[in-house]
Ligand binder design. Structure first.
Ligand code: HEM
Length: 423
């Protein structure tokens, strides 16, 4: 039983099959309830938050979950700052979480994230409002829109780090939470000025609703014809920064780190990009070139499988929910063949060798990540410019990967970079 649970846990964790259901049965949790999962609520008020944050910061978050799965079962209860929580792991759990509608499980992030992203962030709104905001955001992240941006993206690399989402929500000067909220206010003011400027230009007619994501949101109307209030637009711009930046930076770092340690994969990648570059007319990349970077994206997917930027997805139970009792369904233990092996070819071809809902780094269902195509294009372009021009080696070869809350090397990945001709 132990080894079954452990292999199940490892596999489940590798595929980001963790969902945390905040406030599960929030009004009705009674110890006498027969189907309440096992687990501990930890200390009064604070619950198990300190241990969880420590695990995130020391790169042992999977172990933290794995220990509880081994001690209890793949569904266990815990508590973070008074939020009664159920953690569910596994392929079946993924399907359950991603496909249950708003009337059963609602997207709801941990308190610090809600305050940093804003209470009207796309992560917090539901039903018709979610659809409306999602339409505006997703419209600009579809391949059709990205096509136009490839030449510009190819020339830009942004670095813009926000931290402090999985922190103790203690609002005292010098705490990470205090700094995170101060950063939110600065970003809010900056975006506010940009939104005002876009609004003036929209009114003046020098911009149209489809020019960028801000003009699209400014032009959105709900079913009663009302415009979306300015604070809601600003919350969603901040959400976009958070949703796109930290996940992207995490994946890029994981890629750079991996290539520094895996000569074989580096060679395959270099061959792919050298061929693509040799086929361009003038050395400038366009959309069709990015589409040829197939091996690069397979490596990215394999890295996402092994260590996804985010460790779980958050939902609040709207009503009492029964999820398979405590039975582990049959399919639970088979996720990926040879899960411990680094093998990008597992993502080759249309019919994959793994079950649906085993690989969910971008989530699934109506809230599937709107930026996955953007993530693919930007990573492919960054990798292209890196491997065509530079070589690098890690200065701290055994550097830990920690989570704050997204996976990132503990010392910010110090590397020695050489121009290719100097290498
Ligand atoms: C490696 C990169 C990325 C990863 C691993 C990732 C992962 C995810 C996941 C797992 C979700 C679903 C969360 C849930 O179900 O609660 C999500 C949602 C979202 N992501 Fe991403 N993401 C990435 C990049 C991006 C980028 C680049 C953008 C925007 C430019 C973006 C924008 C969003 C938005 C707006 C949502 C909310 C969708 C909704 O609620 O309808 N993401 N992402």
């Amino acid at each position: 039983m132990d080894s079954a649970i452990s292999s199940n846990t490892q596999t489940a964790i590798l595929v980001v099959a963790v969902a945390v259901l905040f406030g599960w049965l929030y009004l009705k949790l009674k110890p006498s309830k027969p189907n309440l999962p096992p687990g501990s609520f930890g200390l009064p008020i604070i619950g198990e938050l300190i241990g969880w944050v420590r695990a995130l910061e020391s790169g042992t978050a999977y172990k933290w979950i794995e220990e509880r799965v081994a001690r209890h079962c793949p569904i266990f209860k815990t508590s973070f700052m008074g939020n009664r929580t159920v953690v569910v792991t596994g392929t079946v759990a993924n399907k359950f979480v991603f496909t249950s509608g708003d009337e059963m499980l609602r997207s709801h992030q941990p308190v610090p994230i809600v305050y940093i992203a804003g209470e009207q962030s796309i992560f917090e709104v539901h039903g018709a409002r979610h659809k409306l905001v999602r339409r505006a955001i997703a419209g600009f992240l579809r391949p059709e829109s990205l096509q136009r941006s490839v030449p510009l993206m190819s020339s830009l690399i942004k670095r813009y780090l926000t931290k402090g989402a999985w922190v103790l929500p203690i609002y005292l000067p010098f705490t990470p939470y205090y700094r995170a909220l101060a950063a939110r206010r600065r970003i809010y003011d900056r975006f506010s000025a940009i939104v005002d400027e876009r609004w003036r230009r929209l009114e003046y007619g020098s911009l149209s609703p489809n020019d960028d994501v801000i003009t699209a949101m400014l032009s959105m109307k709900d079913e009663e014809g009302r415009m979306v209030p300015r604070p809601e637009i600003l919350d969603n711009l901040i959400t976009l920064v958070m949703a796109s930046h930290d996940t992207g930076v995490s994946l890029n770092a994981s890629f750079i780190r991996h290539l520094a340690m895996d000569e074989v994969t580096l060679k395959h990648i270099c061959d792919e990009h050298t061929k693509i570059l040799s086929e361009t007319k003038d050395g400038n990349l366009i959309w069709s070139d990015v589409q040829k970077m197939k091996y690069t994206w397979r490596v990215a997917q394999e890295l996402l499988r092994i260590d996804s930027p985010s460790i779980g997805n958050f939902r609040t139970a709207v009503r009492d929910i029964s999820f398979n009792g405590y039975t582990i369904p049959k399919g639970w233990q088979t996720a990926f063949p040879e899960p411990e092996k680094f093998n990008p070819t597992r993502f080759e071809g249309a019919s994959k060798s793994f079950q649906p809902y085993t690989f969910v780094p971008f989530g699934g269902g109506p809230r599937v990540c709107s930026g996955s195509d953007y993530a693919c294009v930007s990573l492919s372009l960054i990798v292209h410019h890196l491997v065509m021009n530079y070589r690098w080696s890690m200065l701290v070869p055994d550097e830990l990967v920690v989570r704050n809350p997204f996976a990132y090397p503990a010392m910010d990945l110090p590397i020695k970079v050489y121009k290719k001709e100097e290498a």
